[in-house]
Structures are given as structure tokens and as C-alpha cells.
Design a protein around this ligand. Structure first.
Ligand code: AMP
Length: 395
């Protein structure tokens, strides 16, 4: 089978999965796939065509990211897309100090990513492996690197610098911010429907959660920091925590760095508090049955989002638009309602019916702040940047 292009392949490497999509030059998605559970006993490969028909649906063990990347190129061969791919766009979580803008992939950039792997040890080594393998499968096809940190590159110094001796900032210990591709997609979507970007907060609430504040189209503050561990209470990450707690665990409890990493990244947040699950749907069900730890975990989560809406509004000097996005933000009216409860003083008035129906605008007509729900699409954003960079167009 042969499929005529030109097409763009997007590759989004997560901490245990690879998502990939094929787009045409008009940003229409033709094929979407996910290889999940990489390195675990039970993995899966699911690939769908744009009409929803299934291309591959199997449970299988995928030992490594390299093997996962081979599955991607094999899938392109089997569906006939392999010859039509003109460029590959990769999501890269961290661009370090050097790569502040999306750019064409080079050997020098790959070498840099290998050097800074310690900045995102759960993402960068895997992403590099996947790039190497996809490049082997699609030789001489140009690649574009799209960084999650790029959106935050112009944050002012007072938002960027930690109050530790300045030498550390100069060597790159600073707040970078993440989820940038999602924020870019939402910002473009707001522009497309004529919403001014004067004072906007976007709440990306998913497995990983963060928020960002945009003034006059520029990011001025965000909740994640040097790593994606900071800020909001998340599914399994602790969010903001007094560094004194970390010192205590190291000194008094004998924690090693690896054990601390497991605790703070994978055993905290909603999971750590509930002791049962990190999935909001299951926590809401447990709450109905009176499970006290589930109730507490949901209270902590909503409180932390509410607290940051307050502080980001203060940084912006007011608020005109608040957007909810990602798995929880897009799909959970209960959680949105709880977060916004008590924020009337900021000029937020929720339309309960519109919220329950997951409508695009969920604030009522009298609300001074427009509250919106917009589905994010990081893959589409990668395809957009890839086309733009290969055509030599500016932002
Ligand atoms: P993401 O990382 O954006 O894919 O978001 C994943 C998270 O979204 C899951 O861990 C769930 O907690 C949450 N989620 C997905 N669908 C729903 C839903 N219908 N209601 C509440 N939470 C949801």
C-alpha cells in the first residue's frame, strides 16, 4: 500500500509511552498511535485511522523505548505512510539553558540532550533513544525538536530565579516551566476565537498538572520549576514542598536520592494521600463511599489549584480569562466547580449547567472573568511547529 504525502510524523515520548501521529500539511490527523507500558510486564500497541477504525490493537510486552520506536516505524511501513513522511517533529521535555526555541534537530542538539539528561532523567534519555531509532528507520528525513520549556523562555527574572546564591542560576539552576506545547496550543486557540491574551491563566490539569500566567501574550509566571515536580499537587508528584522536608528525609530518615525520587515523583500527590489511586474518577467514587483519605486527597488537590489561581492573578494584576485543559480540566465538572468555589471575589461566576455540560464557556454572563474549557492537543502543536520550521517561517 502506498499513501501519498507529504506528511508529518509527530513523536511524543513520555515516561512509559510513545504517542505518535501522522498529519497532512493542513494539520489533518490521519493516523494516531500509542505504545504504552514500555518496560513493564504488560504493554500495549493501539493505532487508529482518522475515521476511528482500528489499525493495531494488541497487548504485548515492549521491553525498551528503542523497541517501541521500531514498532512506530514498522507501523508506518505497514500502513504505507513510510514513504510519504517529509519531516518528524519530536516533543522534548527540556531544552536546558541552550535551546530556548523549537528548532531543527542536529547531531549537536542530540549530544547536548545526552549531556543534560540529568535535568529530566525520566524523559530525556528515553526521548534520545527514540529519536536515534526513528532516524534509523526513516534515514535522511529531517527532524524538528519542540521543547516544553520554550513557552516559558521570556519569563521575567523575578519569576525565573530561585533565591539561592546567584551563581547557581548562572549554571542553569532556575525555573524552566513545562507543558509549554499545551500552553501554546491553548494560546493559539484563544487567539483564533478572538479572546484577548491580556491577563490569562491556563490550568493544565492532567496526570501531571501545572498552571501558567500570560500577560499580553507572554508567559510571566508558571507553577513548575527546575523540574516538573514543583507547584500543584499532582497525581503522584508532591508539588511544592518545603526543601526542609527533603533535608529531614535525607538526614534523619536515611533516604537515598533514588528513594526520595521514587517517593516524591511516584508515591506522592493524590496517590500518596489517598493510598489507593491517582485517578480522579476513582477518587470521586471512593469519596461517595465515604473513604476519608480519598476525600482528603481531593480537598488538597482543589485547594492547591485555587491557591495558585489566587497567586497567579496577583502576579497578573487581575484576571480576564481562565482556561481549564488536560484530562482532569477538560473532563471533570465536579473538580472545576470545587476549585472555583470561593473565587467569586476575583470576579468568577460559574454557570453550573454549562459547566456540567462541559461547554466551551462555563462562566455566566455576569462573570467578569471568562472561564473556558478547551481540549489541548500537543501533537497538533508539534506538527504546526514542524511545518513552520521546515518552511523557514518565523513564529
Ligand atoms: P492526562 O495526563 O491529560 O491524560 O490526564 C489523565 C488524568 O485525567 C487521569 O489520571 C484522570 O485522573 C483524569 N481524567 C480523565 N478523564 C476523566 C474524567 N472523565 N473525569 C475525571 N478525571 C478524568
Amino acid at each position: 500500500m502506498e499513501t501519498t504525502g507529504p506528511h508529518i510524523l509527530t513523536v511524543n515520548t513520555g515516561s512509559s509511552s510513545i504517542k505518535f501521529s501522522v498529519y497532512d500539511m493542513d494539520e489533518r490527523s490521519l493516523l494516531k498511535g500509542e505504545i504504552a507500558g514500555i518496560g513493564r510486564q504488560e504493554g500495549s500497541v493501539r493505532v487508529f485511522f482518522s475515521d476511528g477504525s482500528i489499525c493495531v490493537d494488541e497487548n504485548t510486552r515492549i521491553e525498551s523505548f528503542r523497541k517501541g520506536a521500531v514498532v512506530v516505524t514498522r507501523c508506518l511501513e505497514e500502513t504505507g505512510y513510510v514513504g510519504s513522511i517529509e519531516a518528524v517533529g519530536y516533543r522534548i521535555v527540556h531544552g536546558g539553558m541552550k535551546y530556548r526555541e523549537h528548532c531543527q534537530l542536529t547531531e549537536e542538539l542530540l549530544e547536548y540532550l545526552r549531556d543534560i539528561a540529568h535535568l529530566a532523567p525520566e524523559h530525556l534519555p528515553q526521548a534520545v533513544e527514540v529519536i536515534e531509532e526513528v532516524e534509523r528507520g526513516l534515514p535522511s528525513i529531517p527532524g524538528v525538536a519542540c521543547f516544553d520549556t520554550a513557552f516559558h523562555r521570556d519569563m521575567p527574572e523575578e519569576s525565573r530565579i530561585y533565591a539561592i546564591p546567584l551563581e547557581f542560576y548562572r549554571e542553569g539552576i532556575m525555573r524552566y516551566g513545562f507543558h509549554g506545547l499545551s500552553y501554546e496550543y491553548i494560546t493559539d486557540a484563544l487567539c483564533a476565537c478572538g479572546v484577548p491574551l491580556d491577563r490569562v491563566i491556563i490550568a493544565h490539569l492532567g496526570h501531571g498538572s501545572s498552571m501558567t500566567a500570560i500577560r499580553d501574550g507572554r508567559c510571566v509566571e508558571t507553577t513548575m520549576g527546575f523540574t516538573p515536580l514543583a507547584g500543584l499537587v499532582m497525581s503522584t508528584r508532591c508539588g511544592d514542598i518545603d526543601p526542609g522536608v527533603v533535608l529531614y528525609l535525607l538526614r534523619e530518615k536515611g533516604f537515598s536520592a533514588d528513594r526520595l525520587n521514587l517517593l516524591l515523583n511516584h508515591g506522592s500527590g493524590l496517590l500518596g494521600i489517598s493510598g489507593r489511586t491517582d485517578d480522579i474518577r476513582k477518587l470521586l467514587a471512593l469519596e461517595k463511599r465515604g473513604d476519608e483519605r480519598a476525600i482528603l486527597s481531593l480537598r488538597l488537590f482543589c485547594h492547591s489549584v485555587r491557591k495558585f489561581i489566587g497567586s497567579l492573578s496577583a502576579v497578573l494584576g487581575g484576571l480576564s480569562t481562565l482556561v481549564f485543559t488536560a484530562g482532569i480540566g477538560e473532563n471533570s465538572p465536579e473538580i472545576r466547580e470545587r476549585i472555583l468555589d470561593g473565587l467569586e471575589f476575583l470576579g468568577i461566576r460559574l454557570d453550573t449547567e454549562r459547566n456540567r455540560a462541559n461547554q466551551k464557556v462555563i462562566s455566566d454572563k455576569q462573570s467578569r472573568v471568562m472561564v473556558m474549557v478547551i481540549k489541548t492537543d500537543e501533537e497538533r502543536m508539534i506538527a504546526r511547529h514542524t511545518k513552520r520550521i521546515l518552511n523557514g517561517e518565523g513564529r
